[in-house]
Design a protein around this ligand. Structure first.
Ligand code: FPP
Ligand code: MG
Length: 309
């Protein structure tokens, strides 16, 4: 049976860990919290557009990583839930803007029409801006039972992660690299560590900070997150070639079409898969000292290389 209330999920994990149930249960918790976090207000059009993309589904990997790490470090789901929601608001806004005609010009996301296709470009830009601003407001005002010093660290990290030192910087280099055939592995790595890796790392590390983790644990979890972040991107690049539109919920084959430099284009499919697996092994090695308690983080790492969507 899938448990969906925060209290029953606060209890210890059973020795036989079932990732499917874990992901399903936590996805429902996150989606309930997201729905409550952003009620429909006036002007309704903008709230509708923000809610359309925020509640459009998806794996909810970033919020789940934040919750999992907070629990691993001795915190509660409740302590991390507002940050988990803020992370998903930021991720969603970045996808709304990424899909705009000025950037990737995509029509489908998570199996639905993209935000600008439904609401128009003007509202889609504003829906992204609205979600970004609200993410910070929500993390700062809705987080309870966490010392202010930890919360300030999380807010500062979020800011650095979305700005030119993170997502924005990675996206700029990604756009500049389109159509170029001489992208170096270093540039590709910069793009991915900033565009995708930074938010995944902040998802993991912010959960640990909220729980009051020490520097040593934060360093191990940060390395775990960097490794799964890069593996995630390599697998994304592989799936763009091997998966169908239906599996991805968006148009497959876009990287080739846009002549984007990707790991498979640099290394080939087989070596890319091997590299992703090696990164996952390294990530799991970081969790050795935590024993069974870290099983959710181990299983999520393995899921990243085996997923088909
Ligand atoms: C998807 O990559 C896009 C991202 C992971 C982030 C893009 C970042 C921005 C648009 C900057 C957003 C602005 C702020 C302020 C955070 P992709 O195009 O490789 O993947 P896709 O196939 O899923 O579109
Ligand atoms: Mg895109």
């Amino acid at each position: 049976m899938v448990k969906t209330d925060e209290k029953s999920l606060e209890q210890e994990q059973s020795p036989t860990f079932d990732l499917n149930s874990y992901l399903k249960e936590h996805k429902i918790l996150v989606e309930t919290a997201l729905d409550r976090s952003l009620p429909l207000e006036k002007p309704e059009k903008i709230y509708e557009a923000m809610r359309y993309s925020l509640l459009a589904g998806g794996k909810r990997l970033r919020p789940i990583l934040c919750l999992a790490t907070c629990k691993l470090m001795g915190g509660t789901l409740a302590m991390a839930m507002p940050t988990a929601c803020g992370l998903e608001m930021i991720h969603t806004m970045s996808l709304i803007h990424d899909d705009l005609p000025a950037m990737d010009n995509d029509d489908y996301r998570r199996g639905k029409l993209t935000n600008h296709k439904v609401y128009g470009e003007d509202i889609a830009i504003l829906a992204g801006d609205g979600l970004l601003a609200y993410a910070f407001e929500y993390v700062a005002t809705a987080t309870k039972d966490v010392p202010a010093s930890r919360l300030i660290q999380v807010v500062a990290r979020l800011g650095r992660t979305v700005g030119a030192a993170g997502l924005v910087g990675g996206q700029v280099l990604d756009l500049e690299s389109e159509g170029k055939t001489d992208i170096t592995p270093e540039t590709l790595s910069f793009i991915h560590t900033h565009k995708t890796g930074a938010l995944l790392e902040t998802s993991v590390v912010s959960g640990a900070i909220l729980a009051g983790a020490c520097e040593e644990d934060i360093a191990k979890l940060s390395k775990y997150a960097q490794d799964i972040g890069l593996a995630f991107q390599i697998v994304d690049d592989i799936l763009d070639i091997t998966a169908t539109d239906e599996q991805l919920g968006k148009t497959a084959g876009k990287d080739l079409q846009a002549q984007k430099a990707t790991y498979p284009s640099l290394w080939g499919l087989e070596k890319s898969q091997e590299q992703a697996q090696k990164l996952i092994d390294d990530a799991i090695a970081q969790l050795q000292s935590y024993g069974e308690k870290a099983e959710p983080l181990r299983a999520i790492a393995k899921f990243i290389v085996t997923r088909n969507h």
